[in-house]
Design a protein around this ligand. Sequence first.
Ligand code: AMP
Length: 397
Amino acid sequence: MLNKKSVDDINVKGKRVLVRCDFNVPLIDGKITDENRLVAALPTIKKLIADGGKVILCSHLGKPKGQPVPELSLAPVAVRLSELLGQEVKFAADPEVVGPNAKAAVEAMQDGDVILLENTRYRAEETKNEDAFSKDLASLCDVFVNDAFGTAHRAHCSNVGVTKYVDTAVVGYLMQKEIDFLGNAVNNPTRPFVAILGGAKVSSKISVIENLLDKVDTLIIGGGMAYTFAKSQGGKIGISLCEDDYLEYAANMLKKAEEKGVKLLLPVDNRIGDEFSNDANIKIVPTGEIPDGWEGMDIGPETEKIFADAVKDAKTVVWNGPMGCFEMPNFAHGTEAVAQALAETDAVTIIGGGDSAAAVNQLGYGDKMTHISTGGGASLEFLEGKELPGVAAANDK
Ligand code: AMP
């Protein structure tokens, strides 16, 4: 069980607190088009202000590749954050991120003030976790708070390196929530524990499948991945997505599940198309009977029922990856059915970030889920049972 110190375990009165946030928001012509990440950061920021800290925010934005790129400045974020907080968030414009301007801005801070540093990826050292920038960041603060789950699977200066040079490193409320839900679900689940995996490729989910087979009662596999499993059992899959290098692996996983007493559910029918397009002609056929020239693009209606039934009596459900090509409305039925089943079950429902989170939100089921992870890659690595560097770097309780 992960037990990391959080902002509730420290006293920041009069202290300079560097907070690593995830302000990697979509920007079009300098306008923020989705401010969810800003809103999600507010509880930690408000808490630190209320406790009388000097709050220094930092984040990356996009990929400026180690140099100042004006279009990727965090300046618009400071403006919008000021409005959301109802208090000025001073932007410490500085091409070096921690240069003379930033240092002077921190020097002038009063208790309860908030400033935002420039895009941490303006510095080439950031993504290489090199000491020079880690030390620069550490020189600005007495306490470090990491509230950026989306980058927790990466070891960069602003989430990991900096902690080498700051004695007190804790997690913020957002991180704490991710650790509590994802960590608890995987390591200490209330049973029955059902995991649903989908998405394009078996190869990208191997470690997740292996880790989960040791933990779950039922493993559901849908999406493009399922066709490699179907072919491994001698089924006809037409021109469906398939990784021939993983046929043996898929067959072994089926055996392993049986040995471990894990119920492994695969699609029994499929929506297939005669071209990879929303306008394709569509047929529904049993698994293993896809004609030549046709492609499996979604799970079929019978499978939807079986998968929905499997989550009905579950106590914990984790979902990562769509059941089909959900970007095309005609092949989004399976993903919608799973989202609906999760919305209706009494189980604790945890949605891995990325496509499944987007699908759940798009369908309006967001508030019906117990937890929707804010990190795609990070939540997947959590499900793989890996230790995330950004989490590991925080002080233990
Ligand atoms: P991943 O990033 O591995 O979670 O994969 C997500 C992608 O898988 C989405 O873009 C889906 O459109 C795609 N996908 C899901 N099912 C299929 C399928 N049956 N055939 C092709 N692509 C699929």
